[in-house]
Ligand binder design. Structure first.
Ligand code: G4P
Length: 285
């Protein structure tokens, strides 16, 4: 077991609730399934984060998917402080049994203690910063079990462990790595940018046909020039309309690739999800 995983299991002893952040655009690819064994019987809340960049209709399907698995779910944008209300309400539901138990024992208003976990870049620090901002006071070290741990009081009823738990993505198949690279969670330096952009073009053509054509105003795409490779023809067409040319009017594929990737990552292309529950059902059958 890795040191990080062991640490997380230690931290589990201190908390009531595991708050797992996933990227709403690729919820399963941005998830490490080990969390099920690490969390054990703790209450669970899944946050579909960066929902402001994902396709709302697909996010609804994911919400239902995780609810069906018996998990509590909230759809959020970690940069939006207003979403904290939704989370507080869901935390209360997720921890209803604990709250009830406390009541029976005469313990009143003991806050739920939670830990935020997720893969790098999913928004853990942003989440903690945004939601802790209003009630930023760190509650400091407390005697006993919490020794050495910092807690951030989010509200009267919720405290967060200051340090998030970092999970690593599971590269079970190539498509997981590809999607993580597309959302910018794997450094571009180790990727072939042209290949990456063409994989994105293929995904967009499948999921959102006509989107690229419309966004870039592609009037002519020379599909005949690249038989069986429409993505190359489309990349070239984007290069032409955006003036991505090198000396001698040669096409600058790298520049065009970067334009498309950037437009996708900053959501200029629109709210886009790269996977839906149906993809996984199809794979299961
Ligand atoms: P981590 O701790 O899990 O590693 O992730 P972190 O909070 O550092 O967030 C990674 C990036 O994702 C940051 O962008 C952050 O602003 C962005 N982000 C987090 N949550 C959301 C969300 O709900 N919606 C959107 N649109 N973006 C989100 P960055 O480009 O690395 O930094 P910055 O330029 O935004 O500061």
């Amino acid at each position: 077991m890795t040191k990080a995983k062991r640490q997380m299991q230690e931290d589990m002893k201190l908390i009531d609730l595991v708050i797992e952040l996933l990227d709403a655009r690729i919820p399963l690819s941005s998830r490490n399934p080990d969390i099920d064994s690490i969390a054990g019987s703790k209450s669970r809340l899944v946050l579909l984060n960066k929902a402001d960049m994902a396709d709302g209709a697909v996010t609804e399907q994911w919400e239902a998917y995780f609810k069906n698995q018996g998990l509590h779910v909230c759809v959020i944008n970690s940069k939006n402080p207003a979403d904290v209300k939704k989370i507080n309400a869901e935390v209360q539901k997720a921890c209803a049994a604990k709250i009830e138990r406390d009541k029976r024992r005469g313990i009143k208003n003991r806050p739920v203690r939670a830990m935020v976990v997720g893969i790098p870049n999913v928004g853990k620090s942003t989440f903690i910063n945004t939601y802790a901002r209003k009630a930023a006071a760190k509650t400091g070290n407390k005697p006993g079990v919490t020794k050495g741990k910092q807690w951030i009081r989010l509200s009267g009823s919720l405290e967060l462990l200051d340090t998030p738990g970092i999970l690593w993505p599971k590269f079970e198949d190539q498509s997981v790595g590809l999607k993580l690279a597309l959302i910018g969670s794997i450094k571009d330096e180790i990727m072939n940018i042209e290949e990456l952009s063409m994989e994105l073009i293929k995904m967009l053509d499948e999921r959102y046909p006509g989107l690229l054509k419309e966004y870039y105003g592609l009037e002519t795409i020379d599909y005949d020039k690249y038989p069986g490779k429409p993505e190359v023809a489309e990349l070239e067409a984007v290069a032409l309309v955006r003036g991505a040319l090198m000396k001698g009017s040669e096409i600058d594929y790298l520049k065009a690739a970067n334009i498309i990737l950037e437009n996708f990552r900053n959501a200029k292309l629109g709210k886009i999800s790269l996977e839906s529950p149906a993809d996984y059902e199809a794979a299961d059958n």
